[in-house]
Ligand binder design. Sequence first.
Ligand SMILES: [Mn+2]
Length: 315
Amino acid sequence: MLFYRHLCQKYRLFSSQCSYSAQNSCITSNMGAVLGMLLFRQPYNTCVDRSKLKQRHVVPLPEIMHHTVSAEEIGDRRVLIIGDVHGCLEELQELIDSQQVTCDNTVIIFCGDIVNKGPHNLETLRYVRQLGAYVVRGNHDDHVLEQIQFLKQDLLPGQAVPPRASILHNRPYTAWMRELLQDDVDYLSQLPYTISIPSLKAIIVHAGLHPMKPLTAQHPADMTMMRNILDGDLRPRPTESVDNDGLAWAAYWNGPEHVYYGHDARRGLQLRRFSTGLDTGVLYGGQLTGVFIHPHRQIVSVKAKKKHTDPHRKK
Ligand SMILES: [Mn+2]
């Protein structure tokens, strides 16, 4: 079994039969996929079987789930990846200004959760759009889309309410969403779940990637919410919690692509050989962190102006 796990980590299995719904199937069927992946691996194949992704996910999927940025598109610009902003506009502007960043000299990519729970959500969303940045979708960007569904359904009594949206409805930090324009919603709804830069061997995702699946088989809920991997039963399962048994998903990620991600403010800055965690909790009075990955690697950060919210606050 250890050998099996080693193979899985080394070749980041599986082929297309390893959909989310199939991940709990028996391990013997996975062994076949092991052999298949040893011969055949397609990390940048962006053809996704959408019918397999509906479980656990109620928001509309973007047209492009996995976006690829080419070397030609980058040109001679720097590449900067920025962690979770959560509507902390002042800190974001300070980071951008301090590095003299414009879209003419820098390709800017956000790890998701650009909005929600922070002091200037709507303004941050529009600032990011105006920057011409790339953004991957985070769970809070997803929450906005869920909430918008709820608000629309609010006007049409009798329709079913998405379960998570009904919970969010009573939280005061969702009030700002009523100011969103259709343009803003369209923008959020088309954010991809990952951005790959093959020339830099980089993948940007909000929460993480299941270390045993190719991009095309990754589930949106895992990409936006996963923190740990539970593998005690040899059937690796992603989980949102950092308190359960198991380890950070990144501990299982062995490249060759370097994954840049956010979402895990509690662990803070995470530096591994093949992954970099960038959520340093600006929302909670920590820092806003970014990393230049081209032409040279350099981590940059600014301090939070204040503790904008309490990490344990639910309402
Ligand atoms: Mn998040």
